[in-house]
Write a protein that binds this ligand. Structure first.
Ligand SMILES: NC(=O)c1ccc[n+]([C@@H]2O[C@H](COP(=O)([O-])OP(=O)(O)OC[C@H]3O[C@@H](n4cnc5c(N)ncnc54)[C@H](OP(=O)(O)O)[C@@H]3O)[C@@H](O)[C@H]2O)c1
Length: 241
């Protein structure tokens, strides 16, 4: 499906995977509503979208705040028109073993990675359901499919996000709205730089690799769908391998 003229709302779009998604969808002809908390990072993303000749709206917002999310979505709808694609990408991680985990970090991880997508989905769905059209892509993780020691809160949040994705996909069938998850392995971004400083990330995936998978989902024919894309580093083992 041609994505020219579509409008995409991307959370966590200030840097890393979110910025890569914004630029890739702009290159495919889409207008971009970019949100995250850091205004300066969003401005950088908006400039890169505009450099592709596309409209960009940068709206600072904390996805854990349901009221703020509602206002952010209303602003995007007013400025750019109907949102065709929501990409829930904002994420947080603090890697630590469960027995020693900081309860505040546990709550924040679930708030950002699970309640954040829930808030954005609730805010965007009424307009998608009214139009009987739309797509929701949740950026999950391999940690949503298998356990990683020291990633208890992160694994729990991403397993939860995969559950939310599957239930919503069933509920939205009759409303003609596609719901998908992408489960990537390691990329070199601030999230992994802060949590895995000791690892050599030189051959890890890039935001463009995730964007490629998201463009595939967004461009699916109306007759076919796929629930989940597992995207792992080429030299990693297959799931169960
Ligand atoms: N890097 C990896 O290896 C990897 C692998 C699989 C999946 N993922 C997932 O990919 C997504 C993007 O991660 P990344 O690697 O690109 O990390 P990143 O560079 O740290 O980017 C995270 C983005 O989320 C935003 N964010 C964090 N908390 C937020 C909040 N409360 N409200 C709104 N925005 C918030 C950040 O902006 P502000 O801080 O300014 O709000 C930033 O724009 C996450 O969901 C992550 O779990 C990453």
């Amino acid at each position: 499906m041609n994505l020219e003229g579509k409008t995409v709302l991307i959370t966590g779009a200030g840097r890393g995977i979110g910025r890569g998604l914004a630029v890739a969808f702009a290159r495919a002809g889409c207008a971009i509503a970019a949100t995250a908390r850091s205004e300066s990072e969003l401005t950088g993303t908006a400039e890169q979208v505009q450099a592709q000749g596309q409209r960009a709206l940068a709206i600072p917002c904390d996805v854990t705040d349901a009221e703020a999310v509602q206002a952010m979505v209303e602003q995007a709808l007013e400025a750019l028109g109907p949102i065709d694609i929501l990409i829930n990408n904002a994420g947080y991680a603090k890697f630590e073993p469960i027995h020693a985990a900081d309860p505040a970090a546990w709550r924040r991880t679930l708030d950002v990675n699970l309640t954040g997508p829930f808030n954005c989905i609730q805010a965007v769905l009424p307009s998608m359901m009214a139009r009987r059209s739309g797509r929701i892509i949740n950026i999950s993780s391999l940690a949503g499919l298998k356990p990683y020691p020291s990633q208890g809160a992160y694994c729990a949040s991403k397993h939860g996000l995969n559950g939310l994705t599957k239930v919503l996909a069933m509920e939205m069938r009759e409303h003609n709205i596609g719901v998908h998850a992408i489960c990537p392995g390691g990329l070199d971004t601030k999230l992994t730089q802060e949590n895995m400083p000791e690892r050599d990330k030189s051959d890890w995936m890039t935001p463009e690799d995730v964007a490629h998978a998201a463009l595939y989902l967004a461009g699916l024919s109306p007759r076919a769908t796929t629930d989940e894309i597992v995207l792992r580093r080429f030299d990693s083992a297959p799931l169960g391998g």
